[in-house]
Write a protein that binds this ligand. Sequence first.
Ligand code: 26V
Length: 824
Amino acid sequence: AWKRNQTAAFKSSDEFEKEVVRHVETSLARSMFNCDEKAAYSATSLAFRDRLILDWNKTQQRQTYRDSKRVYYLSLEFLMGRALDNAMLNVGMKDTAKAGLADLGFRIEDIIGQEHDAALGNGGLGRLAACFLDSLASLDFPAWGYGLRYRYGIFKQEIIDGYQVEVPDYWLDFNPWEFPRHDVTVDVQFFGSVKKVTNEEGKSVAVWEGGEIVVAVAYDVPIPGYDTPTTNNLRLWSSKASGGEFDFQKFNSGDYESSVAEQQRAETISNVLYPNDNLERGKELRLKQQYFWVAASLYDIVRRFKKSKRAWREFPEQVAIQLNDTHPTLAIVELQRILIDVEGLEWDLAWEIVTGTSQFGYTNHTVLPEALEKWPVGLVQHLLPRHLQIIYDINLFFLQSVEKQFPDDRDILTRVSIIEESQPKMVRMAHLAIVGSHKVNGVAELHSDLIKTTIFKDFVEIYGPDRFTNVTNGITPRRWLHQANPRLSELIASKLGSHEFLKDLSQLNKLELLVQDKEFKKEWAEIKFANKVRLAKYIKETTGVNVNPSALFDVQVKRIHEYKRQQLNIFGVIHRYLTLKAMTPAERKKQLPRVSIFGGKAAPGYWMAKQIIHLINAVGSVVNNDEDIGDLLKVLFLEDYNVSKAEIICPASDISEHISTAGTEASGTSNMKFVLNGGLIIGTCDGANIEITREVGENNIFLFGNLAEDVEDLRHAHTYGSHTIDPDLAKVFEEIQKGTFGSVHDFSAMIAAVKDHGDYYLVSDDFHSYIETHKLVDEAYRDQEQWVVKSITAVARMGFFSSDRCIYEYADGIWNVEPLPRRD
Ligand code: 26V
């Protein structure tokens, strides 16, 4: 078996220390006498980076030499969080670093805390991509991630007077984890026009000419696997003006300033991550980002393939490309373009290669219609004239075959066409992605069923059910257990005899044998309590509010969205507050103290989501200062929720809320993080909650609310029948409208959405069941003994939700790739 050898390891803490000192004095050009925590962080990271890169080189050499099939994961988002802690743990050198840093006078937690999150994503979709990279490397798969190197990640959220304010996240001033590759560049063309010309062989070919060129520069980020030397690559593209010749005329005519301005425009492409999730706004710059990234990545992939001098037919045997949502769908068109326009292949052969088995796979992450990508035909024509022609040809051949298959059905052609015949006409990216991919998958069972029976129903008829499949999401236990909750990880390791469970999470099931072990249960409960104390301390520091760590911690942290129903939660909190207020002091004494914790960002243009944040804060400032209430209820909104904060919050929850309207949350992944850390969940029958229930058992989860199958009828009834508001919810509304929480005007829209505008998200329909289920939570929590049993049992049954399991399913069912471990 492989043992971590001389390459990535520091032989001793002394050696590590020497490397840190060397980096402080040379790379950072400072003296050890003024080495502050920031400098110590930088030097520590550089020391680890040096070691990773040796493994990275070997991994790449091995993969090139073996020339086996590679996976390319194309994602516009990689929500990586911090890298140092992860790197130290994955190479198994955290203790060495801890000792070395202590010797230099630093506490390792303080050093880790200096790192800025790499926040190149919005939420679940981007974090999933990051978990997948960790699993791919840990399981020794030859895999690359491709993305954009945004100068600004997701904005930082500040809460000012209860309102969200967005602050730019300029994170690149010093990033030791990236390697600029100024020699790895791709020229990417935009605009211009297409000419048909006859070539030497008398064949008519398309030539795309004119327009502008933007240069893509590669930045590589090493991705270390856990307990393996495999170190994969995440390649992020940065845009740069093509420089020189273009502006020569202007330069000569003295128009220097405007030529500089033009250069700067080119560089804006990779400037900013779009902060919407689940809302498509059709911005030109976003389409430019997509093509820029897709064109650079494909050029790179093709360049690598061509080095092996294989025939084009073998391309699908060498390359699997996974499309993370429809954002990289242009890759399908771009590959077809390369094959016919650049490589001179015939259309049919080219299209056979493009759609070859285990070539392109497309993962769908949402059924919300407002999130499905569509681009105006005119915009595509202007930006990518040749691609639009190819899209039209793909569509023509596709519709011809559908017509043959369903000669009597005219409507189906309109429904499945890649072009929507609307005003203006639109390119439907999901349709293009399905037509060009050999497999389409959803991210949880319910979600995968829903796409087959609703938005992609016609395509199941056309291609048969085999093109559609499910891969239920997962999370990496390295970051979300070992890193975020080291004490729990060590306790588990001590009972299971090793850390092997971190790479084979199903081994957790052995914990079930210990649910009656008194000592074990005590330690389990102590760890949860310690994690709550740590969060309470963080809450005190950031909000000034004292919370009682013995109270039940009830957490909902995720992007703010009406479908995720933070409004249901805060209405429930108000209901609890009113109930407590109505009690006598003697009755109150018998109640269980609770802390309601919220966190999450609203898209800057999502007005309703911002009102929800405002209401949560307004309720907090009333409740937290009410002397009748004291410890019995505290309401917190934690500013700027991100990956590194999730690592503190997840281990500290007793119960977390995953309460989307049934059928709207494709999967959810934080539900898995909370349960893996010994928290229970309250949730609807939605997304992965359903499979979590299947695994952990109905006794170890709190489910409530209407089912997905009933949603349509309920919505119909709201609109066309009568809609009576739940009486308890009506009282909550009255209280808000009395002005108890201020800003009556601001909150009226949230109330109207339920009362007057059809209650699309079924807040009133589910309210009663939600409140009753919270009562069950309180009751269950009173029996601490049983609660701990539930907590242990649930963790023991979470093995299925490792992202390692996902990667094996993709590798087997979609990519047809094998791991490539090092054998020495
Ligand atoms: C859409 C758009 C539209 C244009 C602007 C930028 C942007 C960014 C992201 C998206 C995709 C939204 C879909 C999404 O994030 N889905 C989430 O995926 C998670 C991982 O599969 C899943 O757990 C969540 O349930 C699902 O909401």
